[in-house]
Write a protein that binds this ligand. Structure first.
Ligand code: ADP
Ligand code: ASP
Ligand code: MG
Length: 439
């Protein structure tokens, strides 16, 4: 049995957290490959080391003195080293980091040092070998992650190493320059390592007892999901449930490896098991709820639109030409609505509208901003009657106006659009209707 274990920032924010992590790893002999994040927040007012590094590098780039910020980062690590009673000094590494910041080695390099240094401490603490992610996580020249090359290099390397610590979040271009994944990317590294060693399970340790039915910052003590499929998870994490990076499922899914989300602060809790497919029935009709704010809807009206061949293509071409991706596209007989991210759209608004007018000669175009999209996701919805009705009733009872409702063709989700300001209330209303009342 081989397990790959990834620990998130809050699980490694202090020496006390490191001790919990050490205990977890030592509790099972199979936990052989460890992927740490950078130290996260120790409390809600604290700053993540990754954010401190971005700030520090920003100062370096502007030619400012960054000694103070770098010193604060060093203190975070020294506090951990001291608390663990290790005989380890990161002086040399910090000297090199300082020099590389002065030479403007790049923002990705800067951010990656959070995981790099934490992994050095972790390998020292556990007595496991340290493997620099820059030597085994490969990006191509364009900066795209090269999954096959990485799997080749990494599986060969790990076949010779019994136990190792591999920092999360980054890798390197073919020329050795550091490149990071997007924020939260240590989850992706863990998944890549799990695939490379054909792990039996990829354990992702965080600060909640699994994937919860809804965001705990909106619903107080939401239930944890016992078992969820990759497809459900993908829908939820794409729509904003930020527990796991949205790309973290791809490498393990390919290899048929389940992910187990676990809580470092409550290791005895079962957590959530993420699997390809299951006959395990969810506890309620829906598996989870997630959502995002900040969308604009662009509704295009034109009589006889339905019979105009190529209308949809012309509309989407305008968005494509402007580099704007669309989220949803519900349509009526003579109307078509496109939902896009507000921040991608605003600066190009007038240009896009002009091009839409030219391309489609519509009767009218209407815009509505500050909308939120909420996804109600569940494999159980396919065989249930009245799920949409229940969502609509829950929102009507809460006096929330629905701007859009769209049942995905996969029958795995229903997407609802509401105004930003009703976002939290809408999630609460749906949660109460499905989770609290079905009990
Ligand atoms: P880590 O630092 O361990 O990678 P993250 O902060 O990236 O942890 O992810 C865990 C956090 O995700 C939780 O503390 C919680 O606030 C947030 N979260 C949002 N939606 C959900 C959800 N549906 N289930 C669990 N956690 C969620
Ligand atoms: N430390 C990085 C971040 O804050 C990566 C991670 O935590 O997964 O985004
Ligand atoms: Mg995370």
């Amino acid at each position: 049995m081989v397990k790959v274990v990834k620990f998130g920032g809050s699980s490694l924010a202090s020496a006390d957290q490191f001790k919990k992590v050490g205990k977890i790893i030592k509790a099972e002999d199979s936990r052989r490959y460890v992927v740490p994040s950078a130290p996260g927040k120790r409390d809600s007012k604290d700053t993540k080391v990754t954010d401190m590094l971005y700030k520090c590098y920003g100062e370096a780039k502007e030619g400012k003195n960054f000694d103070k910020t770098l010193k604060a980062i060093k203190e975070r690590y020294n506090e951990i080293i001291k608390g663990l009673g290790l005989k380890l000094s990161l002086e040399e590494q910090f000297k090199e980091i300082k020099k590389n910041f002065e030479d403007l080695a790049g923002e990705d390099y800067a951010a990656s040092r959070g995981e790099f240094l934490n992994a050095i401490i972790m390998s020292n603490y556990l007595g496991y070998e340290f493997i620099d992610a820059a030597s085994v996580i490969c990006f191509d020249k364009e900066g795209n992650f090269d999954g096959e090359k990485t799997n080749d290099v990494l599986s060969k390397k790990l076949a010779k190493v019994e136990r190792a610590v591999i920092p999360g979040f980054y890798g390197a271009y073919p020329n050795g320059k550091i490149k990071t994944f997007s924020r939260g990317g240590s989850d992706v590294t863990g998944s890549i390592v799990a695939r490379a060693v054909s792990a039996d399970v990829y354990e992702n340790w965080t600060d909640v007892s699994g994937f919860l039915v809804a965001d705990p910052r909106i619903i107080k003590n939401p239930e944890a999901i016992n078992v969820i499929t990759y497809r459900e998870l993908r829908e939820l994490s794409y729509m904003g449930a930020s527990v796991l990076h949205e790309s973290a499922t791809f490498p393990v899914r390919k290899a048929g490896i389940p992910i187990n989300i676990k809580n470092t602060n409550a290791p005895e809790d079962k957590g959530t098991l993420i699997v390809e497919t299951t006959c395990n029935k969810p506890d309620s009709t829906i598996t989870g709820i997630a959502g995002k704010k900040g969308f604009v809807s662009i509704s295009i009206d034109k009589d006889m639109m339905n019979s105009e061949i190529g209308f949809g293509r012309k509309v989407l071409q305008v968005f494509e030409d402007n580099g704007i991706s669309f989220e949803h596209m519900p349509s009526g007989i003579d109307t078509m609505t496109v939902f896009v991210h507000q921040d991608e759209f605003v600066e190009k608004e007038q240009k896009v509208l002009a091009e839409l007018r030219r391309a489609t000669e519509p009767d009218s175009i209407e815009l509505e901003s500050d909308l939120a999209l909420i996804a109600v996701v569940g494999r159980g919805m396919k065989n249930a009657v009245g799920v949409s009705a229940k969502v609509i009733k829950a929102l009507a009872d809460a006096r929330i106006n629905i701007k859009m409702i769209d049942q995905g063709s996969s029958e795995l989700n229903i997407i609802i659009g509401v105004r930003n300001r009703y976002f939290e209330d809408a999630i609460r209303a749906i949660y109460n209707a499905f989770i609290s009342e079905e009990k």
